[in-house]
Every structure is written in structure tokens, then in C-alpha cells.
Ligand binder design. Structure first.
Ligand code: PEP
Ligand code: MN
Length: 366
């Protein structure tokens, strides 16, 4: 399945490339941007939003149907195939009528299984048009996989996923939290699904795009979707994160394409020696954790028999502080030690709370 989609792209290899503006804004903008991309990447898949899902009303909501004439003219002149975002069955109908080459479903649509199911229904019988599915806005891997399954069950053969990061509450460097563990889980569960990274929407800031792009390639993503505009400063949407075709060329030329897992396993004996050492330490870690938990259980029994409260705040604070200190002298960050000890302490409390107070959900399971 992976190869079917990558063959359809008809590019020479990783990183496979999707590029184009956030939104189609005018015939000229669509064409000039495409010419700049095609100069170095004549096989790139051209992206452009025609209907824009804006968080608040009142901003540019896309050029709508009239953009298809610009996109078709662009395809004729540059040879680049194009894809647009669809969020309703009507969008699919219009996009197919105008011979869009591929479609993508955006993060705000993927959150809603009713919407995805309606889109899947509208795709019945058009199995040859690829559909790319962005991750949902919030970090729910099953919602993402569910959307992929709904589209596949409609008979669409060429499906791929796009990682664009997840909504976050706090301010930080990135517009969306990359939460890399989620695309890694997706890769693990669906190894035959092509996976693209969208550093533009993760970063929201062109300065950070090279950093996320390199990470995505190091994490063995198949390709990239990069928002590209011939005049980013004038863009009607997402101006901060769009780059020029020349900057796109610089970005792609600077990527270090790491070797695949199979290649590195064959070539890097040294890594295997280090990995063997890590395996031994991992075995020890789990054994030590089991021993620690057994002691904690004994203490739990004693506390129960002597009516002593399970949570002893001063003891917990002391343990945590002394391990944070220990971490400092051995080069481990405070956040790391805190996170690990939080999990260990939670488990200790769970184990100790079983004396005389069994959780009906887990009764008899441990
Ligand atoms: C887009 O790609 O322009 C877009 C709207 O992205 P997302 O669905 O990831 O927010
Ligand atoms: Mn955008």
C-alpha cells in the first residue's frame, strides 16, 4: 500500500515532497509559486487550500470554486499535479468535477467521525484519487486511525497520513505540539501507510521549519508537506510560516537523509554493541523496579495493619528531592527524574491501596 501511493507520486525518493501555498489566492500567485517549485521539483505534488477552515470568522476563507481555474491552468503550464482540502461531500463533488489530482482532509475535520464518514461515503467509487489524512487537532491516535479506516473502507486505495502537530494550551515555540510519540505509534500500528510531516503547521514560524524538517526525516517519515508562497509576506493566510520556492530548495538541499532501519542494522555493528548493553540495562531496570515494588507492597501491608496513612508527604518529598539531586550529579534533567518518580510513586500508591480496599475494576487481575 505504501508503495502504491509513493509510486503514484512518481518522485525519485525520500523525502517525497508536497509543496504549495496555504491558500490559492489569485491566478498569478498560484502560477508563480508553482513555477518556482517546479524549477527544482518538477514532480512535486502542489497543495493549495481553496476552502479555508478559519478558527474565527472574518478572515480570508479561501477563493472557493474560482480557484480551480487557476489550479488547472497552473497544472497545464508547469506539469505539477494539485491537491486541495475537502471538508464536506460538496467539496469533494466540486474538486472531482474540476479534476483535482488528490485531496486532503484537515485536522479540524478529522476530529469528527460523522464528517469523516460523510466524506468516505462521497468517495465511494472514486478509488483512484489519493486521500491524505491529517492528524486530528487533539492527540487521539485512535481518532486518526479511525479516519484512515473509514476512508479505506470506502474503497480508496491510495491513502497517506500527514502529521501536523496537536493543539496545546500553553504558549511555546511551536504553533502545534509535535508530540512525536503519536506519529511513531501510527507508524508502528500501520507500517504500510505512507506518513508525511507538515513542519509548516507544527512550527507556525518559518525559522523553526528546518529543525522540525530534519527531525521528521530522522524519524523516518516518508515525506514533507511545506507551505510555499512566491511572496510569503503578502500571504492572505499563514503568512508567518510560508517560505519562498528558493527557501524551499535550500531547506530540502540541506536535509541529511538518514539511513533506513534495515540499512543501519546491516552497517552499524557499533550500534548493535551499544544496543546489547542497553538491553542488559533494561532487564536490570525492570528487575529493580519489581524489587522496589515488592518492598513497597510489604510497607503497604504494615501501614494497613498499623493504620498508617498510605501517603506520607514528607517522605515522598524527601525521596523526590534526593533523586533530583542524584540526577543532577549524574547528568539527568530534573523534569526527567520528576516524571519517572511520579509514575513510580503513583504505582506504589496503587499497590499499597489494595490492602483492605480493592478496586472492583482490577480485582483479581493482579
Ligand atoms: C492547511 O494545511 O492549510 C490546514 C488548514 O491545515 P490543518 O488542517 O493542519 O490545520
Ligand atoms: Mn495553512
Amino acid at each position: 500500500m505504501k508503495n502504491d501511493f509513493l509510486n503514484w507520486l512518481n518522485q525519485s525518493g525520500r523525502p517525497f515532497l508536497i509543496a504549495g501555498p496555504c491558500s490559492a489566492e489569485s491566478a498569478r500567485q498560484v502560477l508563480e509559486t508553482a513555477q518556482g517549485i517546479a524549477q527544482h521539483y518538477p514532480k512535486a505534488l502542489y497543495r493549495a487550500g481553496v476552502w479555508k477552515p478559519r478558527t474565527r470568522p472574518g478572515s480570508f476563507e479561501g477563493a472557493g470554486v474560482s480557484a480551480f481555474a487557476w489550479l488547472k491552468a497552473m497544472r497545464e503550464q508547469t506539469g505539477l499535479r494539485f491537491m486541495v482540502e475537502v471538508a464536506t461531500p460538496q467539496h469533494i463533488e466540486i474538486a472531482l468535477k474540476h479534476q483535482a489530482d488528490a485531496l486532503w482532509i484537515g485536522a479540524r475535520t478529522v476530529v469528527n467521525p460523522f464528517s469523516v464518514q460523510e466524506l468516505a461515503h462521497a468517495m465511494k467509487g472514486v478509488s483512484h484519487i489519493p486521500i491524505l489524512i491529517k492528524n486530528p487537532v487533539h492527540p487521539d491516535i485512535n481518532l486518526w486511525i479511525g479516519a484512515i479506516e473509514r476512508i479505506q473502507q470506502a474503497g480508496v486505495n491510495l491513502v497517506a497520513a500527514i502529521h501536523r502537530g496537536f493543539h496545546k494550551y500553553s504558549n511555546g515555540d511551536f504553533r502545534n505540539n509535535p508530540a512525536w510519540d503519536i506519529p511513531i505509534q501510527l507508524k508502528t500500528q500501520l507500517p504500510h501507510l505512507p506518513l508525511f510531516c507538515d513542519p509548516s503547521h507544527i512550527t507556525g514560524n518559518k525559522k523553526l521549519i528546518p529543525y522540525i524538517t530534519q527531525l521528521a526525516i530522522d524519524l523516518a517519515m516518508d515525506g514533507l508537506m511545506i507551505e510555499t508562497h512566491h511572496l510569503p509576506a503578502k500571504a492572505l493566510s499563514d503568512a508567518q510560516q510560508q517560505i519562498t520556492p528558493a527557501e524551499l530548495h535550500q531547506l530540502i538541499s540541506n536535509i541529511r537523509v538518514s539511513q533506513s532501519e534495515e540499512e543501519s542494522e546491516r552497517k552499524c555493528e557499533e550500534i548493535n554493541i551499544l544496543r546489547n548493553k542497553i538491553d542488559i540495562i533494561d532487564d536490570e531496570l525492570v528487575n529493580l523496579l519489581a524489587q522496589r515494588m515488592a518492598l513497597s507492597k510489604e510497607i503497604g501491608q504494615y501501614k494497613f495493619e498499623h493504620n498508617i496513612a498510605i501517603l506520607q508527604l514528607s517522605r515522598w518529598k524527601k525521596t523526590l528531592q534526593s533523586q533530583i539531586q542524584n540526577g543532577k550529579t549524574t547528568g539527568l534533567s530534573e523534569n526527567f527524574i520528576k516524571a519517572i518518580y511520579q509514575i513510580i510513586h503513583d504505582e506504589s500508591i496503587t499497590v499499597q491501596s489494595r490492602f483492605g480496599n480493592e478496586n472492583p475494576e482490577t480485582k483479581g487481575k493482579n
